[in-house]
Design a protein around this ligand. Structure first.
Ligand code: SAH
Ligand code: SF4
Ligand code: F3S
Length: 440
């Protein structure tokens, strides 16, 4: 009988994409997807290790699964970034009884590994990283929807001192451009009007011939693709050529997620980010002046080792100057094996981190609200994503070019259409409006 797999995904969009690859690899090899945990023979957890609570969530989930199954036998495999981060430690974790651990570069081996685990009842461990694996010949099993994720490069060579990703995902490598374009053509033919290019450092994409700007240009020529997004770019790789392509190509969304991490030069240097506050601000000026209507969003870490109240004020200052549309703000979390964990004691007290994160969240909420309010009365092209029920009434939901969620009443359109919506109401998280037909 065919073995049934249940797959849970944590972490970033790259992991979401990898889960689509994993499903594709396993189903091509005769495994089938289980309806739920009870129905599964094998449970796979595709994990994230970026912060401490990400890992804890995975282990709590395993405890919940064991509890829910009440002794029913099941094989449990840990995939993704916790696999390469904790390595043998996971297998040694007696409480959780993990059967196999497989890192992000070894998913092709999964069918063999699972068969071996079942047949020989032994624990298997494969967390080797390569410099080549790109899974470029595998077509991911896509979820229904408007957007399709496409990983264009994998790995990271930047070694920001706080970050586990270079260790969990290995070195940077890019797929050949033609291979990516083939994938996008087939996505367009299957009815995905939007692609989002993914990479830990997406704008350092280079296939030895073509760079990221070339890839964006070539993608925009594909019929059926209406919008192109990408994440996450690194500020150090924002070259003139890329700025011009984003500015001049109508299919490329005028939204850039540009992780800042911190505003203070000393902290940025300890983080090994490769730019100063002035560099970041001048890049922002350049982006705003070349790309009209641009929306910027960001990631920030508070409480990096040795960060003082005065250092923190530099982050506040950058946020006030740039006025991001939204921001993911995190407390520094020491990660085993990173340079920061080896060199800098995690010395900012928890209460300080809480105080700083609350301050930035309040500031961001105010800015997001002000920015969203400024759209009231304006008409925005919105890519329709789905129907939702709000307060008992059917509503449509989509995103503006700048990635803000827009809610509007049903009309003569469907998911995948771009419609003009005139904004009437705003909160810090969404816009509400009415569909506006120019000829009405
Ligand atoms: N490649 C992307 C980010 C990947 S991780 C980039 O370079 O910007 C996503 C975010 O998690 C990071 O931008 C950072 O803000 C946060 N993060 C990473 N490591 C962290 C740590 N040790 N503690 C707290 N936040 C962290
Ligand atoms: Fe981590 Fe820095 Fe690489 Fe981003 S660029 S994945 S933060 S090491
Ligand atoms: Fe997490 Fe790995 Fe992504 S650590 S953020 S799942 S690259």
């Amino acid at each position: 009988m065919k073995k049934k797999i249940f797959l849970c995904t944590y972490g970033c969009q790259m992991n979401e994409y990898d889960s689509e690859l994993i499903e594709s690899i396993l189903t091509a090899d005769g495994f089938v997807l289980a309806a739920d945990i009870q129905d599964a023979d094998i449970i796979l957890l595709n994990t994230c290790a970026v912060r401490n609570n990400a890992e804890r969530k995975v282990f709590n989930h395993i405890d919940d699964i064991r509890h829910e199954l009440q002794g029913k036998p099941v094989y449990i495999g840990i995939l993704g970034c916790v696999a390469t981060h904790l390595k043998e430690q996971i297998i040694k974790n007696k409480k959780r009884k993990i059967d196999f651990v497989v890192g992000p570069d070894s998913y092709r081996q999964l069918p063999d590994i699972i068969r071996k685990v079942i047949k020989e009842n032994e624990k298997i461990f494969d967390v080797s990283l390569t410099t080549k694996e790109n899974y470029e010949d595998i077509t991911p099993t896509r979820k229904e929807g408007i957007n399709a994720w496409v990983a264009v490069m994998r790995g990271c060579d930047n070694f920001c001192t706080f970050c586990v990703v270079p260790y969990t995902r290995g070195r940077e490598r890019s797929r050949p451009m033609e291979n990516i374009l083939d994938e996008v053509r087939s996505l367009a033919a299957k009815g995905h009007p939007q692609v989002t290019f993914l990479g830990q450092n997406v704008n350092s994409y280079h296939d030895n011939q073509f760079d990221f700007a070339d890839l964006l240009e070539a993608t925009s020529a594909i019929e059926g693709i209406k919008r192109i997004r990408f994440m996450s770019p690194h500020p150090k790789d924002y070259l003139e050529k890329l700025i011009n392509v984003v500015a001049n190509n109508p299919k490329i969304c005028k939204h850039i997620h540009l992780p800042l991490q911190a505003g203070n030069d000393r902290i940025l240097q300890l983080m090994n980010r490769g730019y100063t506050k002035a560099d970041y601000l001048s890049l922002v000026d350049k982006l705003y002046s070349h790309i009209p209507g641009l929306t910027l969003t960001t990631d920030i870490i508070v409480g990096f080792p040795t960060e003082t109240d005065a250092d923190f004020l530099d982050t506040v200052e950058v946020m006030e100057k740039v006025r991001f549309a939204s921001a993911f703000i995190f407390k520094y979390s020491e990660r085993k094996g990173t340079i920061a964990a080896k060199k800098y004691p995690d010395d900012v007290p928890e209460e300080k981190k809480t105080e700083r994160i609350m301050k930035l969240n309040d500031l961001q909420k105010r800015i997001s609200f002000e920015k969203n309010r400024s759209w009231i009365g304006k008409t925005l092209p919105v890519l329709v994503e789905s129907e939702t029920i709000a307060k008992g009434a059917t509503q449509f939901q989509g995103r503006s070019d700048g990635y803000v969620t827009v809610v509007f009443p049903p009309g003569n359109y469907k998911a995948g259409d771009i419609v003009n919506v005139t904004i009437q109401e705003a909160s810090s998280h969404w816009l509400k409006g009415i569909h506006h037909t120019p000829d009405a």
